[in-house]
Design a protein around this ligand. Sequence first.
Ligand code: ADP
Ligand code: MG
Ligand code: MG
Length: 949
Amino acid sequence: MVYGFVIPQTQKETQFMAKKAALGKHSKGSGYVFSFHEGDGKNKKLLGGKGANLCEMTQIGLNVPPGFVISTEACLAYLAGKKQELPAGVMKEVKAQMKALENESGKGFGDSRNPLLVSVRSGSALSMPGMMDTILNLGLNSRTLKGLIAQSGNERFGYDAYRRFIQLFGKVALGVPDERFDEEFEAVKQQVGANSDIALKAEDLREIAERFLAVVKHETGSPFPEEPYEQLELAIKAVFGSWMGKRAVDYRREFHITPEMANGTAVNIVMMVFGNLGNDSATGVAFTRYPDTGENRLFGEYLVNAQGEDVVAGIRTPKAIDQLHDEMPEIYRQLQELRNKLEAHYREVQDFEFTIEKGTLYCLQTRNGKMNAAALVRTSVEMVREGLLNREQALLRIQPELLEQLLFPRLDPGTRATPIARGLPASPGAAIGRAIFDADRAETLGKGGEKVILVREETKPEDIHGFFAAQGILTSRGGKTSHAAVVARGMGKPCVAGAEGIHVDVHVREAFVGAHTIKEGDLITIDGTSGDVYLGEVPMIEAIFSDELKTLLGWADKHARLKVMANADTPHDAERAVDFGAMGIGLCRTERMFNASERLPVVVEMIMAEGDHARRQALDKLLPMQRSDFIGIFRAMAPRPVTIRLLDPPIHEFLPTADQLVNDIEQLEHLLDTVRGMEILGDSLSLLPGGSGEKIGSLANPRIVEEALQYKIDMLGKVRALHEVNPMLGHRGVRLGITFPDIYSMQIRAVLEAAAVCIKDGVEVHPEVMVPQVCTAVELRRVRELVEGIRNSVEASHGVKVDLKFGSMIEVVRACMRAAQLAEVAEFFSFGTNDLTQAVFSFSREDAENKFLPMYNEYGILQDNPFEVLDTKGVGKLMELAVAWGREARKGIKVGICGEHGGHPRSISFCHRIGLDYVSCSAPRVPIARLAAAHASLLEKQKADHTRR
Ligand code: ADP
Ligand code: MG
Ligand code: MG
């Protein structure tokens, strides 16, 4: 089945063309020019995307106007030459191709009775919309214009085409500024009182064309070139030149388009077809499916009696493609057929241009449609069901990172709002709520159903209840590893951190941003994906975890070798992780449980305890709390494995800062003075007749204040005693576990008892305990002894066997070097790449990101932020060594990664390559990681197949 008008082409001609193509480059002269019948539709690098597809469409019998392509190689040769000359032989071949075009069309280039007009179109290997130039209606001059008018019987059409050509050619090929033409155009419009272009009559357009010719003469000093071949050569050179134009160069820089991806533009010379020859003509653009939803239905717009660029220029409002059904039923049917053929051939959603000339449909361009994530997912699943794609192709056509759009709420890209400040994009997603300046109030309002954004200078562990109640978090200080950022990411809540332009004044409950003031209760919107902060409510698009996405990820899991775990700290997080398809928990940070508002005082009590006895009393209170959390987590995750990390951070993180305490102490001292004064006042007043002094005297009890004061003073002493010069490298992790074994014992007991309880309830559990900050096997042995002792006692008292795995974090450089020894003790390894990266670079993350990393990236000293993208050359190399040594010592030792890199697609592909068993990341990134894990396997397989071939 062929659409509409078929280009006359004999079988002999086709055979001849095929033979000519088969003969290869050198037999065809310069080797730079390819007719649409012979060009290789797969070779986008050589012919550009537009050119390759025009060839391909021609060769599968779609109705494309005849034409030919001059290759990107010709462009590069032209640009490399000094003399602004096309490479030798190109124009000769162009002439030969033009002759063929004349034969095919029955028209003559420069013929004054039946003129052939062409477009000269740019097109590189990658689509760079609007970045390069295209000239339409080339071949017009004072003589051929007459022919065009006579042939079409439409004078207005003729002058309209002419004035368009002079302007485009003048601008693109002769460098005449657009404004010169626009001024004349407006002048004529005014003169004749036309308020739109359509109101201009033939003679008006004729005057415009004449004025345009004068503009060219005035601006260039020469008359407008009349000779069609001269026009053609100038146009080809101009399009080639547009590859190095500022617009195009900037665009390539912005989108990181390297010469390997696209080098040079091709030029497509295409016979003009006209959508502006009357009401049986039209032009439009269409998608084979809806690009925003993926719905399997033709989507597009068209304009009757118009030329291609009118649709894009927005001069007239185009109609929805569905209307074409009523307006031109037969063409609509052909368009549907075209859509089916395009998809059946390309097996991808197509974005195509078409023109209808007097009832004949032409396809002028096609390319793969750009779609949003929702549409990609839906079309992937549906195109598999329709047999257009196999599952592997369906998975590979979606970049894992794109799924972020579906997993976090985001700002509606269709609305334009101006941010008042920008901070660091610390945790993705957008949120709207009332600005609230303290955690307590946030909690109260949040529980009351109000949407709030917690706004702080920075956050501390004691703010945690405010996080739970808030939609999102905004801080004016701190980096991507600040407390706010890390906790928000863990919870999957949007966070903008370190928005330094915002001055937060908690005392007056206001924040100031330049001229703006955010009062408590004001609505604000934050975008944790970009770091932008807005006043008021910006429209949002909610996250959608659709059935199609579930189906697609189900396929992904079948292809992936890596398992995907979640980092989850609470039963609630665990449930969410399961929803996102986590195959277990790879990192459960027990300290997060310590931070809950009702627990923190007990933790503080434990820290403040003088002597083992008092500490154990506090720990006894914490034990049932941790145990019940673990029970909740095990139940939510059953039967999947849960890896629990023993306490990691330095304990002073659970106490207020010294500054805060000094402040409190001062206030209490004042209070004490006042209270004591009141005591005296009471005594004195009782001297008065009536003796009312007693009441006043008993108003405050100085003893209570004294006690409170003493407690704060003790705490300050503790804080000072615990002070560390560099807490990151200080008394934390296993070091803490060894110096205060009671803490680790309590945690291990909580895990084992929780497991025992679950087992007795018939719940399948696979607990794993891992030790942070390990640098020697001896540390690990000591903790394992604790574990064994407690396991025996719990098993005895509960009467069940608990299958508990014991493992080590690998986040210290020495641990990598001693992986063989560690593997003798550990049953699994988990790379903590956040700390390992800091250790390998000797960068503290916060300082690096805030001070020098951006410049390092800009200067190309480092390509990426190693805290976001795993540094495969350094950190990765160590990981590779550690995996190998570990596996030598213990065959099949399970190895995973639980740093933030575990959710980053490129890093995941590296983890696949070095043979890790799993990656672990925050719950909302689990789907991204699942797809990335599948990509890693599939691409590896593709590569292997390729080398085998
Ligand atoms: P872009 O890459 O910017 O889309 P194109 O080369 O596709 O540029 O051309 C710009 C406009 O001109 C498009 O609307 C296209 O359909 C139209 N056009 C290009 N060549 C022809 C032709 N031979 N006949 C009719 N319209 C054309
Ligand atoms: Mg186009
Ligand atoms: Mg760590």
